[in-house]
Design a binder for this molecule. Sequence first.
Ligand code: OFO
Length: 168
Amino acid sequence: MISKKMEDQINYQINRELYSEYLYLSMAAYLEDKGLAGMANFMIVQAQEEHFHAMKFFNYLNERGGRVVLDTIEKPPVEFNSPQAVFEESLEHEGLVTGLINKLMDMAIEVNDHAAKSFLNWYVDEQVEEEASFETIIAKLNLVQGKGDGLLMLDKELSTRVFIPPVK
Ligand code: OFO
């Protein structure tokens, strides 16, 4: 049985992952509206990943005998300054999520929950990938500097992303 402290923090994390899904869907809507369907596709796949993250916590909490409690999901921003700002805000958001995952890991260490530590390792690795993926796109956007041709090439590249559910 999981400790109450861990249970509460995992429930909070489920809410944050679902908010992430919402945020990336809102970004997808903005990008679609700007005529950047490939970038919108990238964000829709990102939202699917966030849903997977939330459900992985959801299932884990059930497995450990905890009680999943869902909370209100706040409204995400609707407008962004530019397509580049969307990716910069995404990276910033992932930094906050990484902080929350680290906090969960700190808590698992503090309460000596070895099962949670093993489970959370997946998220620690996943956050490295998430941040790296946004950093790569921002680097390309910096090269392109908002110019039409480059932006459209990057848009095409991002249109190929598909959601592949992780094996575990
Ligand atoms: Fe769930 O990693 Fe992004 O937010």
